[in-house]
Design a protein around this ligand. Structure first.
Ligand SMILES: Cc1cc2nc3c(=O)[nH]c(=O)nc-3n(C[C@H](O)[C@H](O)[C@H](O)COP(=O)(O)OP(=O)(O)OC[C@H]3O[C@@H](n4cnc5c(N)ncnc54)[C@H](O)[C@@H]3O)c2cc1C
Ligand code: SF4
Length: 440
C-alpha cells in the first residue's frame, strides 16, 4: 500500500494551533486534576477513557502507564488527542467549568502521553493466539482500524479492503491541517499495523470490485466501515463553472497533493456546519485575503461549533448570513461570483431580495452523500435515510455483518467511529466464536 505523501503538500504551511506540552507543563496540569469520583469527563468520552487514571499516572511520572490506559480504551488515542472536539466532550464536562476555573486540558495531556509512548517505540499489544477464523473490514478509516486492531488482538486473521491508496480515511484526508496533518495520521496507522497480521487490499471498491457474496464466502464475519460518500452538490445555473468544488474534495486535495490558489482572491464557502468552518479557516491559512462563509440561517442557527467560528472570525473570515445561493455567475465558464437569495429568520426566502458576492473559488460544504445503499446485496440488511441500521452492538440484520462509524451514525467524530468499531469487534468476536450474533 502506497502510504508515501507528496513532499510539497499545501497543508505544510499550517502550524499546530494547540502547542504540545513540555514535561513540566504536563505535570503541572496533571497535578490540578481532582480525580473525581464518577468523573463526568469519562462519561463525556465516547470511548470511555479512564481520564482521571491516566492523568494521575502523568502526575506520578508514569507516562508509559498513562498512554497504556488511553490506548486500552481508544487505539487511535494519538490522533483523537489532536482532533477531538474536547471543548464539547471531556474538557467541556470537567468539573472546573462549574468553579469559574479553567478546565483540565485533557486533550493536551492525552497528546503528551501518547506521543511520548510513540516516541519511545512502545506498541503495547500483540496479536492473540490464532483462532483459525478470518474477518474483513470494509474501508480503512478510524472505525475499521479500531475494529481491525481489536479483532487481531482476539487472534482472528484480519483483512482491510480500502478503495483508496491511503489508510486512515478522513483522519488522513479530511481533518483540518492545523489540528493534524496527513503524515501524523499515516504514522499512527503504521504504529497500529505493527501488531502484525492485518492484510490490506487497497484500490478495491466494495461491492463493485468485490461482491458481498464473495466476501461472505471468504470470511467468517464482515465489518462495514466505509464512512460517507461524496460532497453534495447544487444543481443551480452556472454550477459547472470552473472554480466550484465540494469542500471535502478540496480539503483532501489540499492535504494530499497540491491545490493552486495563486489566482484566488475571493473565496466563498457555502454551509454552516463544521466542514464549512474548517474550510474557511484553511483557506484563510493558505493566504486567501477575502474568505466568506455564506449560510442560509443566522449565526445562532449554524450547526458548526461556536468555538471554531469564533477562531475563524478572529482570523478575519467574514460571514454572509441568511444567504442561499441562487445562481453561480461566470465569464466563459470561469466562476466570478454568486448570486444569493436573502432569507428571513425562519430560513424562508424574502421576496425580491437578493445580493451578489464576488468569488473565484466556491466550496460547497452542504453535506456528504450516504452509502447505505451499497449494502443492498446483503440479505436482511436495513438502511434508513442512507444509514446502516444496527443494534446497540453494531450488528446489522444480515447474519455476521456488523457496521460502525459514519456509515452507521450518519457522520459524527473520529472518537465515535473508534468507539463503534471497537464495540462491533467485540460483538463479532462473540459471534465468530459461537456465542451468537446480537441480532440473529
Ligand atoms: C472535512 C472534515 C473534517 C473533520 N474534522 C474532524 C475533526 O476535527 N475531529 C473529529 O473528531 N472528526 C472530524 N471529522 C469527522 C471524522 O473524520 C469522521 O467522523 C471519521 O473519519 C469517520 O470514520 P469512518 O471510519 O467511519 O469513515 P471514514 O473516515 O470516512 O473512512 C471510510 C473509509 O472507507 C473507504 N471506502 C469508502 N467506500 C468504500 C468502498 N465502497 N469500498 C472500500 N472502501 C471504501 C474510504 O475511502 C475511507 O478510507 C471531519 C470530517 C470531515 C468531512
Ligand atoms: S472532571 Fe476534570 S478534574 Fe474531574 S477527573 Fe475529569 S479532568 Fe480531572
Amino acid at each position: 500500500m502506497n502510504q508515501k505523501l507528496p513532499a510539497n503538500r499545501a497543508e505544510l504551511v499550517f502550524e499546530d494551533f494547540k502547542k504540545p506540552y513540555s514535561e513540566q507543563q504536563a505535570r503541572a496540569e496533571a497535578n490540578r486534576c481532582l480525580y473525581c469520583y464518577d468523573a463526568p469527563c469519562i462519561q463525556a468520552c465516547p470511548t470511555e477513557i479512564d481520564i482521571p487514571t491516566f492523568i494521575r499516572r502523568i502526575a506520578n511520572e508514569n507516562v508509559e502507564g498513562a498512554a497504556k490506559t488511553i490506548f486500552d480504551s481508544n487505539i487511535l488515542g494519538m490522533s483523537c488527542a489532536r482532533v477531538c472536539p474536547v471543548e464539547t466532550l471531556c474538557v467541556g464536562s470537567c468539573v472546573y467549568n462549574h468553579m469559574d476555573a479553567s478546565p483540565i486540558q485533557i486533550g493536551k495531556l492525552q497528546r503528551y502521553a501518547t506521543d511520548a509512548a510513540f516516541d519511545a517505540g512502545l506498541s503495547f499489544y500483540e496479536a492473540g493466539e490464532d483462532t483459525g477464523k478470518s474477518v474483513v473490514c470494509i474501508g480503512g478509516g478510524p472505525a475499521s482500524l479500531a475494529a481491525a486492531h481489536r479483532l487481531r488482538r482476539f487472534g482472528h486473521k484480519v483483512t482491510i479492503i480500502e478503495k483508496d491508496h491511503y489508510l486512515g480515511g478522513l483522519n488522513t484526508t479530511g481533518i483540518a491541517s492545523y489540528k493534524m496533518k496527513a503524515d501524523r495520521s499515516l504514522t499512527e496507522v503504521e504504529w497500529l499495523m505493527s501488531i502484525g497480521g492485518i492484510e490490506v487490499r487497497s484500490g478495491i471498491s466494495v461491492p463493485d470490485q468485490m461482491s458481498w457474496a464473495d466476501l461472505q464466502a471468504e470470511f467468517d464475519a464482515i465489518f462495514v466501515g466505509f464512512g460517507l460518500g461524496e460532497d453534495s452538490l447544487l444543481s443551480l445555473e452556472g454550477a459547472d463553472s470552473k472554480g466550484i468544488m465540494g469542500a471535502v474534495d478540496f480539503i483532501a486535495k489540499m492535504k494530499l497533493g497540491m491545490v493552486d490558489l495563486s489566482s484566488v482572491q475571493h473565496a466563498i464557502v457555502i454551509g454552516g456546519g463544521n466542514t464549512a468552518l474548517d474550510a474557511v479557516r484553511e483557506l484563510k491559512g493558505l493566504g486567501i485575503d477575502n474568505v466568506t462563509l455564506a449560510y442560509r440561517g443566522g449565526e445562532a442557527q449554524m450547526s458548526g461549533y461556536a468555538h471554531e467560528w469564533s477562531e475563524a472570525k478572529r482570523e478575519g473570515v467574514s460571514a454572509s448570513w441568511r444567504s442561499q445561493p441562487l445562481a453561480f455567475i461566470h465569464n466563459n465558464g470561469k466562476l466570478t461570483g454568486v448570486e444569493f437569495q436573502l432569507m428571513d429568520e425562519n430560513k424562508k426566502a424574502i421576496d425580491g431580495q437578493t445580493k451578489t458576492l464576488n468569488a473565484d473559488l466556491v466550496l460547497l460544504a452542504i453535506g456528504q452523500g450516504k452509502l447505505g445503499a451499497l449494502t443492498s446485496g446483503l440479505t436482511g440488511i436495513e438502511v434508513e435515510k442512507g444509514k446502516i441500521v444496527t443494534d446497540a452492538h453494531g450488528a446489522t440484520g444480515a447474519k455476521g455483518v456488523y457496521a460502525g462509524g459514519d456509515c452507521r451514525n450518519g457522520g459524527k467524530e473520529v472518537v465515535n467511529a473508534v468507539a463503534e468499531g471497537d464495540q462491533a469487534a467485540q460483538a463479532m468476536h462473540t459471534f465468530i466464536m459461537g456465542g451468537g450474533s446480537c441480532r440473529t
